[in-house]
Design a protein around this ligand. Structure first.
Ligand code: HEC
Length: 110
């Protein structure tokens, strides 16, 4: 490394790379876990549950975690008819890493 600035840039690039990788993992989990079977995210998915494309603008990461782990705790306005159909088992199916990648992926969708 020639200069401290170059070293800084290098570290920044690594951090961005890791964030991009996490977002990719989150996107992958949203498909693999079947979220898009009920939710639209971007151009993909079904409109049974609320669209999640801008979910990060409505809920923060804690709110998203709760919506996934305890879907019945706060039913989304307008979806009362569909309350109870979202599986409550994702917390058990996903590893902590997959779960957190999914939450940050969704929280970033503002
Ligand atoms: C079988 C259909 C179904 C599946 C599969 C499903 N959901 Fe849902 N989800 C719903 C329904 C219906 C609601 C609205 C009613 C409620 O709040 O329980 C909802 C609500 C939500 C909300 C709250 C949205 C808001 O704007 O308040 C989030 C976040 C969410 N789901 C995330 C997920 C994620 C992430 C997955 C995959 C791990 C997933 N859901 C899988 C049906 C589903």
């Amino acid at each position: 490394m020639k200069s401290p600035a170059a070293a800084g840039l290098f570290i920044l690039a690594l951090a961005f790379g890791a964030a991009a990788q996490d977002a990719k993992r989150g996107e992958y989990v949203s498909k693999a876990a079947g979220c898009i079977g009920c939710h639209k995210i971007g151009s993909e998915g079904a409109a049974i549950g609320p669209e999640l494309t801008h979910v990060g603008g409505r809920l923060n990461a804690a709110g998203i975690r709760e919506a996934i782990l305890l879907p019945d705790a706060k039913v989304t306005k307008g979806f009362e008819k569909f309350a109870g159909i979202m599986p409550k088992t994702f917390g058990d199916q996903l590893t902590a890493k997959q779960f957190e990648a999914l939450v940050s992926f969704l929280a970033a969708h503002k």
